[in-house]
Write a protein that binds this ligand. Structure first.
Ligand code: NAD
Length: 259
């Protein structure tokens, strides 16, 4: 799919990867770009910069997603591309409080379910539509030091796969964006935390937007802005136990005082 004359909605569009997607989609000639975010002020700034609209949205609240879809359809007539991109991180393991697991589950997973539920009837009715899900390389591999992030991102990859299999023959395209480190506030906030080691090879959000535009043009399911992730998945699939040993070694090296 090319973005020219299309209508795209981007959640988490006020900052980081989402903001780069909004700017790039506008530059590609989209006829409507909707910046959906909790942060109204920043969303409005980006929308006015690119000539789109801002819709204040908490993606973890289904009524907000329904409102987002209704506002977009009322303004532009239809949604060609819905990018479920907003996401949060947290360190920790199984002993993190239920509230933390539930919150990250709502933002990183249920928001994708709410969005698909809200747009699919219209897209299936038209026989076309595109869903882009921002997961993470942590959804294919695993985020050292964060069980809630790893689990929710794996779940998004699974949901995107299921959508592609179930609705692909009805004209619905699905892509799953799985970057490693990207130089955004989310990564910067991980200083001293589990994601810090990813800062070394981090891409800029604009590089990710470039990979997305190319991936959407090819209609590839997996969009991997860091090409090495493909090799990591291959190694994992080829010998799971060896891969787990390697991940333990990586974890130990990150925890050692000399690292
Ligand atoms: N930065 C990375 O290294 C990296 C790597 C892989 C995947 N990702 C994923 O990319 C996506 C975007 O992350 P980013 O790095 O651009 O983060 P970011 O923190 O820079 O931007 C996230 C945006 O989402 C918004 N947001 C957060 N919770 C929201 C909610 N409940 N409702 C609506 N908006 C909300 C924030 O206000 C912010 O504008 C996330 O899903 C993240 O997990 C990021």
């Amino acid at each position: 799919m090319k973005l020219k004359n299309k209508v795209a909605v981007v959640t988490g569009g006020a900052n980081g990867i989402g903001r780069a997607l909004c700017r790039r989609f506008a530059a590609e000639g989209a006829r409507g770009v909707v910046v959906a975010d909790l942060d109204t002020k920043r969303a409005e700034q980006i929308a006015s910069e690119i000539g789109g609209i801002a819709v204040t949205t908490d993606v973890s609240v289904e009524a907000d997603i329904v409102n987002l879809v209704e506002r977009t359809v009322a303004t532009y007539g239809a949604i060609d591309l819905l990018c479920s991109n907003a996401g949060i991180g947290t360190p920790g393991g199984a002993d993190e409080p239920n509230e933390i697991w539930q919150r990250i589950g709502e933002v990183n997973l249920m928001a994708h379910v709410y969005a698909a539920r809200a747009v699919l009837p219209g897209m299936l009715g038209r026989g076309e539509g595109y869903l882009l899900h921002t997961a993470s390389a942590a959804g294919l591999l695993t985020q050292i030091g964060s069980a809630p992030y790893s689990v929710t991102k794996h779940a998004v990859v699974a949901f995107a796969e299921w959508l592609a299999i179930t609705h692909g023959d009805a004209g619905i395209k699905v892509s799953c964006l799985c970057p490693q480190g990207v130089n955004t506030d989310l990564l910067r906030q991980s200083e001293g935390g589990p994601g810090e080691f990813l800062r070394a090879g981090a891409l800029e959000p604009e590089d990710v937007a470039d990979a997305v535009v190319k991936g959407l043009e090819k209609e590839s399911f997996l969009i991997l802005p860091h090409p090495e992730v493909k090799e990591y998945i291959r190694r994992k699939a080829t010998d799971y136990d060896r891969w787990l040993r390697g991940m333990r070694r990586l974890q130990a090296s990150l925890n050692s005082p000399s690292s």
